[in-house]
Ligand binder design. Structure first.
Ligand SMILES: Nc1nc2c(ncn2[C@@H]2O[C@H](COP(=O)(O)OP(=O)(O)OP(=O)(O)O)[C@@H](O)[C@H]2O)c(=O)[nH]1
Ligand SMILES: [Zn+2]
Length: 202
């Protein structure tokens, strides 16, 4: 077993955060929106907002563990339905869904949980779904560089589109990224889609 050191985590900027200023600004926003922040349930809401966003904005650590592919497994390795919740960069409202992540291994196998951890890492911060999808695929490519192909499918409901605005209740957004063999070969893509759960069957 080897432990691969991947790209260093984003610098944790927690210590740069001016929590008191953020709480004052959040209070100011609520008051400016006409909210009475003196009622019991709202008295500490600004503080909770700041701590909640602070949590979401903190990068998730990621360290990949890989193993020799001693059985010379040539088929797909796919982790399906990794649930996530992220915050949309445009509205600061959640988008909630799941990711399916897979690859064709080469000489080494990645620890399975690390595929889920790539999803966790890509969904921190203020995000858009296309970037989440691409960052999961790029992250996987970095830790299994000799892969024969990578596929990532993300499906999510964006509350900015369903709770407000277009109010498109139940609408879900699907994004996909294919790298390597899956980008080049439609047959491999079909195999991936066939394996990756009934929702994605072509
Ligand atoms: N491509 C992409 N767009 C997103 C994502 N999350 C939110 N958006 C969109 O970002 C856009 C922002 O558009 P604006 O017109 O500036 O915002 P808005 O006035 O609130 O738009 P409406 O939501 O249509 O009311 C909206 O169309 C959102 O649906 C995402 O992950 N990817
Ligand atoms: Zn949004």
């Amino acid at each position: 077993m080897t432990v691969i050191a991947t790209r260093a985590p984003e610098p944790d900027r927690l210590q740069d955060r001016d929590v008191a200023a953020a709480i004052a600004a959040a209070e100011q926003m609520l008051v400016s929106l006409g909210v009475d922040i003196q009622v019991e349930h709202l008295r500490r809401t600004a503080e909770r907002m700041v701590l909640s966003y602070g949590e979401v904005l903190t990068p998730a650590p990621f360290e990949a563990t890989d193993f020799v592919n001693d059985a010379k497994h040539q088929g797909f390795v796919i982790v399906q339905d990794v649930a996530f919740a992220a915050i949309c960069a445009h509205h600061l409202l959640p988008f909630v869904g799941s990711a399916t992540v897979g690859y064709l291994p080469g000489a080494r196998l990645l620890g399975l949980s690390k595929l889920a951890r790539l999803v966790e890492r890509a969904t921190r911060g203020l995000q858009v779904q296309e970037n989440v999808t691409q960052q999961i695929a790029d992250g996987l490519q970095r830790v299994v560089p000799d892969h024969g192909g990578i596929g990532v499918i993300v499906e999510a409901e964006h509350l900015c589109m369903t709770l407000r605005g277009a109010k498109a209740r139940g609408a879900s957004t699907v994004t996909s990224t294919w790298l390597g063999g899956l980008e080049r070969d439609a047959t491999l893509r079909s195999e991936f889609l066939n394996l990756a759960g009934r929702r994605w069957r072509p």
